[in-house]
Design a protein around this ligand. Structure first.
Ligand SMILES: [Zn+2]
Length: 159
């Protein structure tokens, strides 16, 4: 079993599908967690094998800026509507690169990750009154809250 933590918040884009396919980690299986760091990096953790953090190289991201494709995207054009030549140009560029030219990876020696325990125990959220599985409970002012109620109380909005 592998575990994946992705440092980018967005659910959009091919990279989400890509990392899920490559690692076998999915939201559905509960071993894929988004960290909301806003970074293009992932941490893959395998029981007994340790953890590795993979990030996209800054130099590589800087190089990508020169391509027309990203000018279209920055202007709000959906990827599916970018002219084919602009798409081909960037795809061919990426395909011409070696893995080492695009990514840095580092093994995390002291990575400490406890997979969420499976539990059937539910507790009542002290804000909304709904049942929530206990391993999702968050504590706020000494009370047990569901993650949604916690976000609303803590940040004033749903996250
Ligand atoms: Zn609640």
């Amino acid at each position: 079993m592998s575990f994946l933590r992705r440092e980018m918040s967005t659910t959009r884009g091919a990279s989400t599908t890509g990392v899920q396919a490559a690692t076998g980690c999915t939201y559905g299986k509960g071993n894929y967690k988004r960290l909301h760091y806003g970074k293009l990096a992932i941490v893959v953790y395998k029981l007994d094998r340790g953890a590795v953090r993979v990030k996209v190289k800054r130099e590589f991201l800087d190089e990508l800026k020169k391509f027309e494709f990203f000018k279209y995207r920055a202007a709000g054009v959906p990827a599916s509507q970018v002219p084919k030549e602009a798409v081909d140009e960037v795809v061919n560029y990426v395909l011409s690169k070696d893995y080492e030219e695009m990514f840095d990876y580092v093994f995390l020696k002291d990575f400490n990750y406890k997979p969420p325990k499976k539990t059937l125990t539910r507790v009542v959220c002290s804000v909304c009154g709904e049942y929530v599985f206990e391993n999702y409970v968050k504590i706020f002012n000494g009370k047990m809250l569901c993650p949604h109620s916690y976000d609303v109380k803590r940040y004033g909005e749903r996250r």
